[in-house]
Design a protein around this ligand. Structure first.
Ligand SMILES: C[S@@+](CC[C@H](N)C(=O)[O-])C[C@H]1O[C@@H](n2cnc3c(N)ncnc32)[C@H](O)[C@@H]1O
Length: 203
């Protein structure tokens, strides 16, 4: 388990958070929308899908999606809002669940703001292994910043996201920090700094 600044990002933490959140009501992540826009639909894995806004957005655009999360409470909300019939909602722990081991590979693997207990490194290795040849890996994280509203244990840099990719097999197309305004629950606007990784597995 990772314990930083008192926050433990384990299953109990996420179940509790979703049980009390009342639904985020958020649309798809604008970073995902910007990056996926040009890709032809195929198979996608949304790792750490939460309440499923990204998975549903992909499904509405013709992707066949496997959406995985550790929190049953999140998946229940995600399922209730899904009218596409193109998403398989799976409850699994991404620190041990390995789609590639079951022979599953995806044209797109995305993970937005997932910071599992145990850190990013192992998770990224498993996600990268699940990308089909010629496919795309898209990872978004909370970049460190002095005024970051996120727990320090959730921070990651683009360099850390890209570090585990074998340069012989991967072309890193984007590894950078991008800022975007987000309106919080109290109605005030805050700037989020996203660490963005986009990489293409060579065919
Ligand atoms: C900050 S939320 C982001 C949710 C969604 N991707 C989004 O952008 O709204 C992180 C998500 O990762 C999930 N998660 C964290 N650790 C996980 C793990 N080990 N296995 C599967 N899901 C995990 C949490 O339950 C939570 O839904």
């Amino acid at each position: 388990m990772s314990r930083e600044e008192g926050t433990v990002f384990d299953r109990a933490y996420w179940e509790e958070r979703y049980r009390h959140s009342g639904g985020s009501g958020r649309g798809p992540n604008p970073q995902l929308v910007a990056e996926v826009g040009e890709l032809p639909p195929g198979t996608a894995l949304d790792a750490g899908c939460g309440e499923g806004a990204d998975a549903r957005w992909l499904a509405e655009r013709g992707w066949r999606v496997t959406a995985v999360d550790i929190a049953a409470a999140a998946l229940q909300r995600a399922r209730e809002q899904d009218h596409t019939g193109r998403v398989d909602w799976v409850r699994a722990d991404l620190t041990t669940w390995t789609p590639a081991a079951a022979g599953q590979h995806f044209d797109l693997v995305c993970a937005s703001y997932v910071h599992p207990a145990g850190g990013h490194e192992g998770l990224l290795r498993r996600l990268a292994a699940a990308v089909a040849p010629g496919g795309t890996l898209l990872v978004f994280g909370h970049a460190p910043a002095e005024s970051s509203p996120h727990a320090p244990g959730s921070h990651v840099t683009p360099e850390e996201l890209a570090a585990g990719l074998d340069p012989e097999r991967w072309d890193v197309l984007v590894a950078e920090v991008r800022s975007r305004p987000v309106v919080g629950h109290d109605g005030r606007e805050v700037m989020f700094r996203d660490a963005v990784l986009r990489a293409r597995r060579r065919p």
